[in-house]
Design a protein around this ligand. Structure first.
Ligand SMILES: NC(=O)c1ccc[n+]([C@@H]2O[C@H](COP(=O)([O-])OP(=O)(O)OC[C@H]3O[C@@H](n4cnc5c(N)ncnc54)[C@H](O)[C@@H]3O)[C@@H](O)[C@H]2O)c1
Ligand SMILES: O=P(O)(O)OC[C@H]1O[C@H](O[C@H]2[C@H](O)[C@@H](O)[C@@H](O)O[C@@H]2CO)[C@H](O)[C@@H](O)[C@@H]1O
Ligand SMILES: [Mn+2]
Length: 447
């Protein structure tokens, strides 16, 4: 039976990840056919650089697909089946402030974790809700597949403030780590792994990993992680990909120190920020953080390559590559479009899946996905260690959404104070007041 051709809107067309998603969509046209792609962004100049190159790529490789790039929501969101959203409200300039302000007070500054993630969340909530409202106004039957971070806070905001919307929040960190697990085991693909996992976004643990025959792979992976973290054999021999920057190599290696806290599981790499925050502060350079690295590497590479393609007028020999997360987003879109019942990690309302945890928490757990959306798989009871950590963290996420909704200075101060990453309420207040001073354009007014 011929597959229905899909119409896709990419919200955040100027994203550095847009070309990777386009390359992945082109790679999968056989199994996910597309009739139309539209880019939407609120920064026309930024988007144009990516869109002009992607238009050339599409003309050369899939001329049958209609393409438009716009800043007009009506044009962007009309007649679409999926909105793939990856906006960064405030862009890298604000990410840099999210990362540098906490470091002034000896607190780690990180894109999605701790104070940085809280400041980012206060910017992202309004931006993503606006996209949901545009989608429902112009294409009420569409689904939003949201990558915009901080996914944990955005997911809680969409659960609470758009409870009936067709939006699925996703993260590619587990995908990236599972790629590494497969490589560590000498397997061809992460898709050979059947996993059980639970947690919050950027705050979770694998509890069971098997191959297709049901053989338990956890002991072999745990043995490796205990010695080397998630560093791959190639990286251990100094032959890793040059694209994996030093800060990421450190992150994958740090899992070695996080793992022993619960040797029955395997940790998400983000747990290092919550369990060893001082280590991260000690190694941080307050003048040059991850935002600077991204602006100097990924942003320069992607925009440089897109502008090169536009100047040449052709994408032959282009160096643009598919992204990890792009394959994941195709799996998810296919599952909804064609009812494939794909089994994948998604961020969904707990609703009893984790039996001894807040039913209203947005948890990251395996789901079966079909045309009616995600069906979460029960994970049962979780141990006291993880339950205690998650209860503190989910309180932060919920307080941020309440602070945004109510314009509450008090609740945002409480959110920062509850975070494991912030030492006390005075430091929390200092960071909050500095964040307010630089976010007037993006945050709601707090009283
Ligand atoms: N969920 C995940 O695991 C995952 C993985 C990778 C990236 N991301 C997220 O994807 C997003 C894009 O990342 P990036 O590094 O390419 O950022 P980027 O700054 O390069 O691109 C983001 C784009 O969003 C646009 N934008 C900002 N606010 C907007 C709004 N209100 N409406 C429309 N467009 C808006 C910007 O103009 C920019 O072009 C970020 O939120 C990032 O954290 C998430
Ligand atoms: O510091 P950045 O902007 O490079 O990355 C921050 C993001 O890191 C994770 O996404 C990784 C992904 O895990 C990895 O496999 C590969 O695809 O690169 C991605 C971006 O670097 C995380 O899941 C995201 O939420 C972060 O935004
Ligand atoms: Mn993520």
């Amino acid at each position: 039976m011929e597959l229905k051709k899909q119409s896709i809107a990419i919200a955040g067309g100027g994203s550095t990840f847009t070309p990777g998603i386009i390359m992945m969509l082109l790679e999968n046209l056989e199994i996910f056919p597309i009739r139309q792609i539209k880019f939407y962004d609120n920064d026309p100049e930024r988007q144009k650089q990516i869109a002009d190159a992607c238009e050339i790529i599409l003309k050369e490789r899939a001329p049958e697909i209609t393409f438009v790039a716009t800043t007009d929501p009506e044009i962007a969101f009309t007649d679409v089946d999926f909105v793939m959203a990856h906006i960064r409200v405030g862009k890298y300039a604000m990410r840099e402030k999210d990362e540098k302000i906490p470091l002034k007070y000896g607190v780690i500054g990180q894109e999605t974790c701790g104070p940085g993630g809280i400041a980012y969340g206060m910017r992202s909530i309004g931006g993503v809700l606006e996209l949901v409202d545009y989608m429902e106004q112009y294409s009420p039957n569409a689904w939003m597949l949201n990558y915009s971070n901080p996914a944990a806070i955005v997911a809680e905001a969409t659960r609470k403030l758009r409870p009936n919307s067709k939006i699925i929040n996703i993260c590619d960190m587990p995908v990236g780590i599972e790629h590494r697990m497969a490589e560590i085991l000498g397997m061809k693909s992460r898709k050979e792994l059947s996993i059980r996992y639970y947690g919050l976004n950027h705050f979770g643990w694998w509890t069971d990993i098997r191959d297709k025959d049901g053989n338990d792979l956890m002991p072999a992976i745990q043995k490796h992680v205990k010695e080397h973290g998630y560093l791959t054999p190639a990286e251990l021999e100094g032959k890793g990909s040059e694209e994996v920057e030093a800060s990421w190599v450190h992150t994958f290696g740090k899992a070695k120190e996080v793992y022993p806290l619960d040797p029955k599981t395997l940790p998400n790499t983000y747990l290092k920020y919550y369990l060893f925050p001082q280590d991260e502060v000690e190694k941080a350079n307050p003048e040059y953080t991850r935002a600077n690295e991204v602006m100097d590497h990924r942003e320069k590479m992607v925009f440089g390559e897109c502008n090169r393609i536009s100047q040449l007028g052709t994408a032959v020999n282009s160096e643009l590559e598919m992204d990890d997360h792009a394959s994941y987003i195709v799996d998810l879109a296919r599952a909804i479009a064609y009812n494939t019942k794909e089994r994948m990690l998604l961020i969904v309302p707990n609703n009893g899946a984790i039996a001894n945890f807040d039913p209203t928490a947005m948890v990251e757990i395996p789901c079966i996905v079909g045309s009616n959306g995600p069906e979460p798989l029960v994970q049962g009871e979780i141990p006291r260690f993880q339950k205690g950590l998650m209860e503190q963290q989910v309180a932060v996420e919920k307080l941020v959404v309440e602070a945004w909704e109510e314009g509450s200075y008090q609740k945002l101060w409480q959110a920062l104070t509850v975070s494991r990453i912030v030492p006390n309420a005075r430091v929390a207040k200092n960071i909050l007041d500095d964040f307010i001073a630089v976010n007037t354009e993006f945050w709601p007014t707090l009283n």
